[in-house]
Write a protein that binds this ligand. Structure first.
Ligand code: TYD
Ligand code: MG
Length: 451
C-alpha cells in the first residue's frame, strides 16, 4: 500500500500548500483551503499503453504540416462558428454553464448529429435517461455510444472497444480517478482526471468535450487551472426562464473568442438561431410607447435588440430602479444624465428596463436606445418602428460613436429599418444606400428630434 500524502488545496485557484492557512497565498481568497489526499506514486493508467508515442525531434516551423488535421464539422453552424470552424482533432473543450441551461442537450444533439463514432460518457444520467432525451430531440444515429461511468480508468478500459472519434464527458466534476483518494468534485480529483483526459486527447488525437459545472458567481467549479489546461473554454448562458441561449468562447487556442452562437430551447431540443434580429424584436401591430430598438454587436455579430422601458410615478418613498438584461449601474448613470442635461425630474419615478429575449448585453451602443425608450415612456409617445439607435452616451450627455458602426447600419438596413440614429462623429466606411442616417451630438437634441 502506497504511503498517503496529504496537502491543502485552495478550492478557488487550485494552489497546493503544505499547511492550513486562513487565506490562500496565491489567490488571496479566504477560507478556501481544504485538506486533500494525494498519492504520488500512482500506477500508469491502462489507456496510456494503447498508444506508443514516438520520440519527437525538433522540426522547422515551416515544415509542420497543418493540412493533415482538418477540423471536424459539427453540422451545427453556431457551434462551428464559436469554435472557429469546427472541432480540431486532439482539442480539449470545456463547456461551462448553469444547471439546466442545456449543456447536456447541446452535447447530445452534437453526438446525434455527427456521422462519426462518438462515445458519450455520463456520470450524471443513466442510459435510459439519455435515450429519452435523444427521443425528445428526435435525432437518430447508429454511431453514438453511451457509457454511464465515473471511474476514469474504467472509461479508458472501454475506449479501445469502440475507438471513438470524439469523446464527450458529462461532467468533469462527477469523474474520479483511483489514483487520487478524494471524492469526485474535489480540486485534486478534477485536476487529475482532467490531466488524464488531456493526455488521452493529445496522444490519440481524439477531441474531448468536457462539461463543467459553474459556481454561484459564474466561474467554472473546481480549480482555475482547469481553464488553463484545456484548449477551449465555452460558456453556455442565458436565462433559464427564457428560451434563448448564447454560446460564447471565453478562451480558444484555435480561433477567435469574439464569436457567439445563439440557440433557442424548444421542446425538441436546441434550435440554431441564424438570424437573431428577427426573433428578438417582438412583432406588434400597433406602436407602443416605451419601446426602442438598438443595433448592437455581440462579438462580431450584429443584432437588433428591443429595449423596453417603463417610467411611472413611484408608489413608495424611494423610487425603484430595476433592470433585466441591462446593467443597473449604467441605468442610474443614464438617468442622472437625463436629469442633468435633459432637465427631467426622474427622482420621483419608478424606472424599469427590460431587454427582450432574456439576453444579457454589454454593448455600450445600447445607451441611446435605453434613453429613447425612457423618454418615450415618460412622454407616453411611441417611437416610429422604422427607427433604430446605435450610440453610447457620455457623462456630459454627449452622443458618442461606437465600434463597428458599418456592421450595425448594414444589419439595420437589411432588416428594413428606414432610419438609424448615430453619433455625428461616427466614421462610416461605406455610405448606405437605402437607410437614412440621423446624426446627433447631444442628448438634449434627441428630445426635440423624437417628439
Ligand atoms: P440540460 O441539457 O439537462 O441542462 P444541463 O445539462 O446544462 O444541466 O437541459 C435541461 C433543460 O432543458 C430542462 O429544463 C428541460 C429543457 N429541455 C427542453 O426544453 N427541450 C428539450 O428538448 C430538452 C432535451 C431539454
Ligand atoms: Mg446535464
Amino acid at each position: 500500500m502506497a504511503k498517503l500524502k496529504k496537502a491543502f488545496f485552495c478550492q478557488n485557484c487550485g494552489a497546493q500548500q503544505a499547511q492550513w492557512q486562513g487565506q490562500c497565498n496565491s489567490c488571496k481568497s479566504w477560507n478556501s483551503l481544504v485538506e486533500e489526499i494525494i498519492e504520488n506514486d500512482a500506477a500508469t493508467p491502462k489507456w496510456s499503453r494503447m498508444t506508443n508515442q514516438s520520440v519527437q525531434n525538433p522540426i522547422l516551423i515551416n515544415e509542420v504540416n497543418t493540412a493533415k488535421d482538418p477540423r471536424i464539422k459539427t453540422n451545427d453552424q453556431e457551434l462551428d462558428r464559436v469554435l472557429g470552424g469546427g472541432i480540431v482533432p486532439g482539442a480539449v473543450i470545456l463547456l461551462g454553464g448553469e444547471p439546466g441551461i442545456g449543456k447536456s442537450t447541446l452535447l447530445l444533439q452534437l453526438s446525434l448529429n455527427l456521422q462519426i463514432k462518438v462515445l458519450y460518457v455520463s456520470g450524471e444520467e443513466s442510459h435510459q435517461q439519455i435515450k429519452l432525451r435523444a427521443d425528445r430531440i428526435g435525432l437518430n444515429t447508429d454511431s453514438c455510444y453511451l457509457l454511464s461511468q465515473t471511474d476514469t480508468h474504467k472509461i479508458f478500459d472501454q475506449i479501445p472497444k469502440i475507438n471513438p472519434q470524439i469523446l464527450i464527458i458529462d461532467s468533469i466534476q462527477t469523474l474520479n480517478t483511483p489514483n487520487v483518494e478524494n471524492g469526485a468534485g474535489s480540486v485534486s480529483q478534477i485536476k487529475a482526471t482532467a490531466a488524464e483526459l488531456i493526455k488521452y486527447a493529445k496522444t490519440t488525437n481524439t477531441p474531448v468535450l468536457l462539461v463543467g459545472h459553474i459556481t454561484k458567481d459564474g466561474a467554472i467549479a473546481g480549480p482555475k487551472v482547469l481553464e488553463h489546461m484545456v484548449d477551449t473554454v465555452l460558456q453556455f448562458e442565458g436565462d433559464r426562464n427564457h428560451i434563448y441561449r448564447i454560446l460564447r468562447a471565453r478562451k480558444n487556442r484555435f480561433g477567435a473568442t469574439s464569436e457567439i452562437g445563439i440557440y433557442e430551447m424548444q421542446a425538441q431540443g436546441l434550435r440554431q438561431v441564424t438570424n437573431p434580429s428577427e426573433v428578438l424584436i417582438t412583432a406588434k401591430d400597433e406602436v407602443l410607447s416605451g419601446n426602442a430598438i438598438a443595433a448592437t454587436i455581440e462579438g462580431i455579430r450584429p443584432m437588433m435588440i428591443e429595449v423596453q422601458a417603463l417610467v411611472s410615478s413611484a408608489v413608495y418613498g424611494t423610487p425603484q430602479r430595476s433592470c433585466t438584461g441591462f446593467n443597473a449601474k449604467r441605468l442610474n448613470m443614464l438617468l442622472a444624465v437625463l436629469e442633468k442635461r435633459g432637465g427631467f425630474d426622474l427622482g420621483s419615478k419608478d424606472v424599469f428596463i427590460n431587454i427582450t429575449g432574456g439576453i444579457n448585453i454589454e454593448d455600450p451602443a445600447l445607451d441611446l436606445a435605453v434613453i429613447a425608450a425612457l423618454l418615450s415612456s415618460y412622454h407616453d409617445m411611441p417611437i416610429s418602428q422604422n427607427l433604430c439607435f446605435a450610440s453610447e452616451i457620455g457623462l456630459s450627455g454627449e452622443i458618442r460613436p461606437v465600434a463597428k458602426i458599418d456592421l450595425r447600419v448594414q444589419e439595420a438596413e437589411k432588416l428594413g429599418f428606414e432610419k438609424i440614429t448615430i453619433s455625428k462623429f461616427s466614421k462610416l466606411g461605406v455610405s448606405p444606400k437605402k437607410i437614412k442616417l440621423l446624426s446627433l451630438t447631444k442628448v438634449e437634441s434627441l428630445v426635440d428630434f423624437l417628439f
